[in-house]
Design a protein around this ligand. Structure first.
Ligand code: SAM
Ligand code: SF4
Length: 441
């Protein structure tokens, strides 16, 4: 039996694609191994959102070529594969096949073709009409949390972003299939699902099947109510696009306890001038109106975001507007990125007048401010009781378990292994910047 080692870079969509690749390979008679040195075939599922992520791929293939055991077959999948196509064979020595973001369903065909013909294989085509979105329970990234894609691709074309080019146009999956998948996950014992997509709240399926009985101001809030009605214990969703964030989403959360109290709403900048240049479709003010509705929810919804510093044309005043917005929002968490120029995106035509040193300075200043805010937000949870899904043993302490709260905070606590997969009540006793500590009640 040939052994396949699969490594994934980037977002949850890539993790989810890899789960389906592993499902298909296992069904076709391959063994999935976690040891790269034991593998006959090495697959790298790649990310191209920032230059740094892309460089990681080149470094990894170099390391693989130097593995002590023979010469494995190497396949490059995902976003870099889609964008670079055939040029990857020239750029990186030792690559045997390249499969784009929607061609991953043909991974077995790529392996058998390369094995038989000893030739390179390239496929950047569309998904099969009958593409199978299901994942075998054994190939999920967690035994109790499952990712469920509801929409793929992106139509927004923010000027800095490569995703619309690497992942194509938005396509929503039928609600009936999503519901069926969640019911299957329930039967398999999964306690939590994450509805995932580049912009989940831009969800627009071709028909109503599966959501007929559910009201809502948008297709996404109807889907949320339909998924809630399956009775699965916890439902999270990410990422929400601010312009399409209808406040009915908050109402759906208020009305249904199994819709978790966490919203990830990337703002990117606090300056209207920069938001316009980024073509985000929202201003700071209308973003803050949505934040107000989220913060006023009786559910105590936690709020996280993404921010880019050093976008071309960002002055000190624009940057301070971002700091002000961050202080106003008091986010529970924020992913902060330095602007990274992506070839082919519209922002490459704007002169990048923010030096690399200045980007780093702004990154450090914003990170420091956010960390200090985050500490205060976490300290506000002292003494509170959170419902935590116990996901694994803590990697730092053998006696500790770790999981996430409904508000998506990492929570560590002492407990025995038989709690794994259970939902427990934890009283918070201590908080750090990125995690909470507590005791089981
Ligand atoms: N669709 C989501 C949205 O609109 O917020 C985000 C998806 S994107 C894959 C994840 C994050 O990567 C973005 O929110 C943005 O902060 C960051 N990002 C995307 N392109 C970037 C670039 N060229 N440079 C730096 N950060 C970037
Ligand atoms: Fe990229 Fe903007 Fe689409 Fe998000 S919405 S994936 S940032 S283009």
């Amino acid at each position: 039996m040939k052994k396949v080692y699969l490594e994934t870079f980037g977002c949850q969509m890539n993790v989810s694609d890899s789960e389906r690749v592993a499902t298909q390979l296992a069904a076709d008679g391959y063994e999935i191994t976690f040891s790269e040195t034991a593998a006959d075939i090495i697959l790298l599922n790649t990310c191209s959102v920032r230059e740094k992520a892309e460089h990681k791929l080149y470094t990894r293939v170099g390391q693989i070529r130097n593995l002590p055991r023979g010469k494995p077959m190497v396949g490059i999948l995902g976003c870099v594969a889609q964008l670079e196509g055939e040029t990857l064979f020239k750029k990186i020595e030792g690559v045997d096949f390249v499969l784009g973001t929607k061609a991953v369903g043909r991974v077995s065909e790529a392996i058998t073709t390369v094995s038989a013909d000893k030739e390179k294989f390239l496929d950047l085509g569309e998904r099969e009409a009958n593409y199978d979105w299901s994942v075998a329970a054994a190939q999920r990234h967690s035994p109790c949390v499952a990712f469920v894609p509801i929409i793929e691709g992106c139509n927004k074309f923010c000027t800095y972003c490569i995703v619309p080019f690497s992942r194509g146009r938005e396509k929503s999956l039928p609600a009936s299939e999503i519901i069926e998948q969640i019911q299957r996950l329930q039967r398999q014992g999964f306690r939590e699902v994450h509805l995932i997509g580049q912009n989940v709240n831009s969800y627009r399926p071709q028909n109503d099947f599966g959501m007929e009985k559910f009201r809502g101001a948008t297709a996404f809030s109807r889907l949320l109510r339909a998924v809630s009605a399956t009775g699965i214990e916890r439902i999270k969703f990410t990422t929400s696009f601010p312009r399409d964030f209808h406040t009915d989403i908050v109402q759906a959360i208020d009305e249904n306890e199994n819709l978790c109290n966490w919203v990830h709403l990337p703002v990117q900048s606090g300056s209207d001038k920069i938001l316009k240049a980024m073509r985000r479709g929202h201003t700071a003010e209308n973003y803050l109106r949505r934040v107000e509705v989220i913060k006023n929810s009786p559910r105590g919804i936690s709020l996280t975001t993404d921010i880019i510093v050093g976008f071309p044309g960002e002055t000190e005043k624009d940057f301070q507007a971002t700091i002000d917005l961050v202080n106003y929002c008091q986010y529970d968490g924020a992913y902060i990125f330095k602007y990274s120029q992506r070839p082919g995106t519209p922002a490459t035509e704007i002169t990048d007048d923010v030096s690399s040193e200045e980007k780093t300075r702004r990154f450090i200043e914003l990170e420091k401010q956010q960390k200090s805010n985050q500490l205060k937000v976490s300290a506000g949870l002292h003494g509170k009781i959170l419902k935590v899904l116990v996901e694994s043993r803590s990697s730092r302490d053998d006696e500790e378990l770790t999981g996430h709260s409904t508000c998506h905070k990492v929570v560590n606590f002492k407990g025995s292994e038989n709690l794994l997969g259970e939902i427990v009540q934890i009283q918070v006793t201590e908080s750090k910047i990125n995690s909470l500590y507590g005791k089981v009640l």
